[in-house]
Design a protein around this ligand. Structure first.
Ligand code: IFM
Length: 455
């Protein structure tokens, strides 16, 4: 192997790792925290695999010092974490829980002392249950409440936090949480989707403006999960299906975030179904599209894999499927070229000022071996191949500024409970011991060298 095989990233490239509050914090009812939709959902029998809950999770609420030390030891430049809205505002709006504010304030201070830039996500799915009881994201009032919450966070942390993600993966909230019952709050009403998506994106736009006024000098973005939808065959039916799926799950949110409004076909479809009312009942009000399309400082892309789709009516009448091949424990195809394609597409079609990979990683269940270490060679290989794809996109002109590996720690993987391990650090949920996996040690070296030798 020669130096010619070395991949080197731009000098100021930001190497980080990401987590989310409900997935790691635990302490679900400590120090005045209110109930979130995920507490309610996980406490409802039958909703989460094996009845797992985030009650304790990685106990990060109590072990954050140790976790910051771990991050410093790995040499992370940045840490993306989310704030638990009900920890700050137990009822969703109104009274502020100072102990919640203090927790995040101390965390931010410790990160900065360790030389780690905090990248804060305001909403990673844990809506206060009190707001859900009033209708949740079906209501415009929830977007108003989000702007108030953002104001509280921005004033408390904005002197030190300079990078913000308003929302994480709004698509998942719409599809899994409201149209279906795969995630909290489990509304299971397909007709609710369009209004929920609109209110989430309105919340995003309003929050971006709030942050710019209360935390000047901030850079504000949004994290969208982008799954390329590719046709399984050359048939017209598969092509149509893949375009439609792309419109619903990718283009809708990209177009909105970049000030282009709704794809016309999407609006017409929902109006035809009666999911998008006309006239005074229309959930889109004057000024909304301008608010939603507020220019972003960056776009965060969460990317894991692609979907290869087959229309039911295609000749062999197979259901929608993914391509067989190398898969992670989530059943997601390992397809690094998909990351390259996503980056190139977004750059060409939307010209973002700056991009981050706000999440990328793999679930593999490798456990400690006889030597007590976790030899997760498949994760190292996955990351190496995805980093290589990102590097290729940078070389082709994409303004990619950083990369956040999902996840720092093994954690609560939503409806799959603790059965999926995405961490580069192993967590023993009985003892709460953390052990950096081989992937963490490999990542530490990548960060130190700002690159790696290609295989
Ligand atoms: O764990 C999730 C995360 O909360 C959001 N993006 C995808 C990850 C893996 O499923």
């Amino acid at each position: 192997m020669t130096e010619e095989n070395r991949i080197t990233f731009p000098q100021d490239f930001v190497w980080g790792a990401a987590t989310a509050a409900y997935q790691i914090e635990g302490a679900w009812d400590a120090d005045g925290r209110g109930e979130s939709v995920w507490d309610r959902y996980a406490h409802t029998p039958g909703k989460v695999l094996h009845g797992h809950t985030g009650d304790v999770a990685c106990d990060h609420y109590h072990r954050w010092r140790e976790d910051v030390a771990l991050m410093r030891d790995l040499g992370l430049h940045a840490y993306r974490f989310s704030i638990s809205w009900p920890r700050l505002l137990p009822d969703g709006r109104g009274a502020v829980n100072q102990k919640g504010v203090d927790f995040y304030s101390r965390l931010v201070d410790a990160l900065l002392e360790a030389g780690i830039q905090p990248f804060v996500t305001l909403f990673h799915w844990d809506l206060p249950q009190a707001l859900q009881d009033a209708g949740g994201w079906c209501n415009r009032a929830t977007a108003e409440a989000f702007a108030e919450y953002t104001n509280v966070v921005g004033r408390a942390l904005g002197d030190r936090v300079k990078r913000w993600f308003t929302l994480n993966e709004p698509q998942v909230v719409v599809i899994c949480g409201y149209e279906h019952d795969w995630h909290a709050p489990g509304v299971n009403d397909p007709a609710s989707g369009p209004a929920v998506a609109h209110h989430l994106m309105l919340a995003h736009g309003w929050a971006a403006s709030v942050l710019r006024s209360v935390a000047p000098g901030s850079e504000v973005g949004l994290a969208l999960d982008i799954w390329p939808q590719e046709p399984a065959s050359g048939s017209n039916a598969d092509a149509r299906l893949s375009q439609w799926r792309d419109c619903v799950s990718n283009r809708r949110f990209l177009d909105l975030a970049f000030g282009r409004g709704y794809p016309a076909a999407l609006e017409a479809h929902y109006r035809r179904l009666g999911y998008w009312p006309e006239g005074a009942d229309d959930f889109v009000k004057a000024g909304d599209m301008e608010a939603i399309g507020v220019p972003l400082d960056f776009l965060g892309i969460n990317h894991y894999s692609r979907n290869v789709v087959r229309d039911q009516e295609s000749p062999d009448n197979l259901p929608v499927t993914v391509v067989p091949g190398d898969k992670t424990d989530m059943g997601w195809e390992v397809y690094p070229n998909g990351l390259y394609n996503v980056l190139m597409r977004i750059w060409r079609e939307y010209a973002p000022r700056k991009l981050y990979i706000s999440e990328n990683g793999a679930s593999y269940s490798d456990a400690p071996g006889p030597d007590g270490q976790i030899h997760d060679a498949r994760r190292v290989d996955y990351l190496r191949r995805y980093f290589t794809a990102a590097h290729r996109a940078i070389q082709d002109g994409v303004p990619l500024a950083g990369y956040f590996v999902w996840s720092l720690l093994d954690n609560f993987e939503w409806a799959a409970g603790y059965t999926q391990r995405f961490g580069i650090v192993w967590v023993d949920y009985q003892t709460q011991q953390r052990i950096p996996k081989d992937s963490a040690l490999w990542y530490r070296q990548v960060i130190a060298d700002n690159g790696f030798l290609q295989k």
